[in-house]
Design a protein. Structure first.
Length: 549
């Protein structure tokens, strides 16, 4: 064990003890040990204990712990502290600029337990409710957390797609005579990606001359080139002859379970095809769109026509949005004006209910004040409808926040879980079903509670949840926030086959957040959602009438 590794153990111990608000003297001594040991010019592993003890600022207690580390490879005091702190909270210490003091406030004050949860809390402006944090510090933390997550090798689809489009545009411009397109998980619209993958025709010699702005060349082979874009995004360009483009595109698009199908696996070795559609036609197989290829096999993959699938232009209303009545940045009127300017016909404002105190949840007097403002806005804007909604918390026992009298006054009630997320499958399922059966509930919000790249959803018996929604006439939202994308695409067809309707909801906490609808559309398209299965493709009056139970 090197001096640096030994020193790092003491720094980590000091940080964890500070998180736990332990003895300040101990914390200071461990920090001093870190600073001393990492700079020490002799190899600690080769020194005797009495020699280590004589190092200025070390002493008998620290020397004893160094001996424990060298003998066992671990530190009992450190392992003891780790048992009291969620692993994700310790990971926050790896984010530059976030010290133990700030992290303790975030952990204790907002129940943030991982970098992903912290990023989500920032995007919902929750840090603004904490003493010592403001808009500037929140923005600074967002950039630091995003950088930290980008170094983990996985990226949200929403984070990569815009950069990928710019790369594609550059390549298409510089190599106008060649075919170039997306491939891999990006082409299949997977929610989490490892890289920007593209496939192109042409030779390596020609492509060597292409300049990709803000990118560093990492690797080059006979049929591929790799770059790192903006110091964080991996870009891989695969090359093949034009005559084999279809074969290579099928192979690279994946997934393996799809490409290994006996329908074409052997035949692909016998013949080359210049496009995928020619390949499918030659084999007598109906063309299956890339986003549908993650289904279990080509035989049961969706084969829905282009015209049936939901598109972004079909969405008429913004459903699930927050204002500064709770944890949104913008006023209600600003949210309304933004939705109108973006071409929508209605906005269902759904601020948090009172139980979500961390998000400035609305007390009854706040609800009545908001309803009065909505009435005034509706009088002023004849061609635009503001809908009185609420994102009501599902309490730990499955009851709804607010009583039936207040809930019945809302035109839209979205039921969501935001707290006490550690549940077993039975408890989580029962909790959601009890809320679904509540006669005031119209829609189930972000059903699994997952945060991509941060935390998995709570375990659910999803078929039971879907059955309950079908039996009680409860719609399910596709939460379009890029960190959620919940309900997951794979449950869309099973839900639709039960007669359940959906709503593509941005969960917007600012006027800019409304634009997240496009990511929900991507999920809907991957899951094969039809326009007729989505409620906010309807006019406002029809949307509301479809909610009545």
């Amino acid at each position: 064990m090197t001096n640096q590794e030994i020193a790092t153990h003491f720094r980590t111990l000091a940080n964890l003890l500070e998180l736990l608000e332990e003895n300040p003297f101990k914390i200071r001594s461990y920090r001093n040990a870190y600073n001393t040991l990492r700079k020490h010019d002799r190899d600690l592993a080769s020194m005797k204990s009495d020699e280590i003890e004589k190092i200025p600022g070390v002493g008998k207690a620290i020397s004893s712990k160094i001996g424990e580390l060298l003998e066992t490879g671990s530190l009992n005091a450190l392992e003891k502290a780790r048992k009291e702190i969620p692993p994700g909270v310790e990971e926050l210490l790896n984010i530059k600029g976030l010290g133990p003091g700030k992290i303790r406030k975030l952990w204790r004050g907002l129940e943030v337990q991982s970098p992903g949860e912290l990023l989500y809390a920032c995007k919902e402006n929750r840090l603004l409710k904490l003493k010592g944090f403001g808009q500037k510090s929140q923005s600074d933390i967002i950039s630091k957390v995003e950088f930290h997550l980008s170094q983990q090798g996985k990226f949200l689809y929403a984070e990569l797609i815009d950069a990928a489009k710019e790369v594609l545009a550059t390549f298409s411009s510089e190599m106008a005579g060649e075919m170039v397109t997306f491939t891999g998980k990006l082409r299949r619209i997977m929610p989490v990606l490892e890289e920007i993958s593209l496939l192109a025709t042409g030779t390596l010699e020609d492509w060597k001359k292409v300049s990709l702005p803000n990118a560093e060349l990492e690797q080059m082979g006979d049929n591929y080139i790799r770059w790192t874009l903006e110091e964080k995004y991996p870009v891989c360009l695969h090359l093949c002859p034009a005559a084999e483009f279809g074969n290579k595109q099928l192979e690279l698009t994946g997934p393996e379970a799809f490409t290994d199908s006996p329908l074409w696996k052997d035949k692909l070795r016998e013949q080359s095809y210049s496009s995928e559609k020619k390949l499918f036609n030659a084999l007598g197989v109906t063309y299956i769109k890339p986003e549908f290829r993650d289904w279990e096999s080509p035989e049961n993959a969706l084969e829905l026509s282009e015209t049936e699938i939901l598109s972004e232009r079909d969405i008429l209303g913004v459903v699930h949005a927050h204002s500064n009545y709770s944890d949104g940045i913008n006023s209600l009127e600003e949210m309304v004006d933004a939705a109108r300017e973006k071409g929508f016909k209605y906005l269902a404002i759904t601020d948090h209910s009172a139980y979500a105190a961390y998000a400035g949840g609305l007390r009854e007097k706040d609800v009545l004040e908001q309803w009065a403002e909505i009435d005034r806005l509706n009088e002023k804007r004849d061609s635009f409808r503001v809908i009185k909604g609420i994102e009501a918390d599902i309490l730990p026992n499955g009851d709804m926040d607010y009583g039936p009298e207040l809930l019945s006054g809302f035109e839209l009630v979205i039921a969501s879980v935001h707290s006490v997320l550690k549940m077993d499958r039975e408890r989580a399922t029962d909790r959601l079903i009890k809320a679904i059966e509540n006669p005031s509930v119209h829609m189930l919000g972000h059903p699994t509670g997952r945060l991509l790249l941060s935390r998995p959803g709570y375990p659910l018996d999803m078929p039971k949840i879907l059955d309950a929604c079908a039996q009680n006439g409860v719609a399910i939202e596709i939460n379009a926030n890029p960190h959620r994308l919940d309900l997951d695409w794979q449950w869309i067809r099973p839900a639709a086959e039960r007669g359940i309707k959906f709503s593509i909801n941005p969960d917007a906490h600012s006027t800019m957040g409304i634009d997240d609808i496009k990511y929900g559309i991507s999920v809907a398209q991957k899951g094969g959602m039809l326009k007729s299965e989505c409620l906010n493709t309807l006019e406002a009056a029809d949307f509301l009438s479809s909610l009545k139970k």
